[in-house]
Design a protein around this ligand. Structure first.
Ligand SMILES: [Zn+2]
Ligand SMILES: [Zn+2]
Length: 121
């Protein structure tokens, strides 16, 4: 809940393995429409309640998730023709964090999540 938000955390672009682990347990995935995924959960750093849209189902078309083993190494910053099925999620809370640039939201935390491809029954 947003009442637990920790106001004392300054803005900092940072990540931690623990963020991904925590988020994997606390975030839930919604698919309001085809090709649109919404992740709902609490920021593992500042605890704000987040709703993060992902619009990249297109990334996963035709690619089995287990194709490559070393997939954990990178999700951000690499440009490949076959992207890993990981998404970089950024905290986008609207709560104040000191030192945050004007055009930014969130506390600066980011982490990678794996979003399973949509199952077709
Ligand atoms: Zn945050
Ligand atoms: Zn925050």
């Amino acid at each position: 809940m947003s009442t637990d938000h920790l106001d004392g955390i300054p803005y900092e672009e940072t990540t931690d393995d623990a963020y991904a682990v925590t988020a994997a347990h606390t975030f839930s995935v919604q698919r309001p429409s085809k090709g649109f995924t919404l992740l709902n959960g609490d920021c593992p750093r500042c605890r704000a309640t987040l709703s993060v849209p992902l619009v990249s189902d297109v990334l996963r078309q035709g690619e089995p998730p287990r194709r490559r083993r070393g997939i954990l190494r990178r999700a951000a910053g690499t440009r490949r023709s076959r992207p890993a099925p990981y998404e970089t999620v950024r905290c986008n809370c609207r709560l104040p964090h000191s030192g945050r640039p004007e055009n930014r939201r969130g506390c600066g935390a980011y982490w990678n999540v794996y979003v399973a491809p949509q199952e077709q029954p």
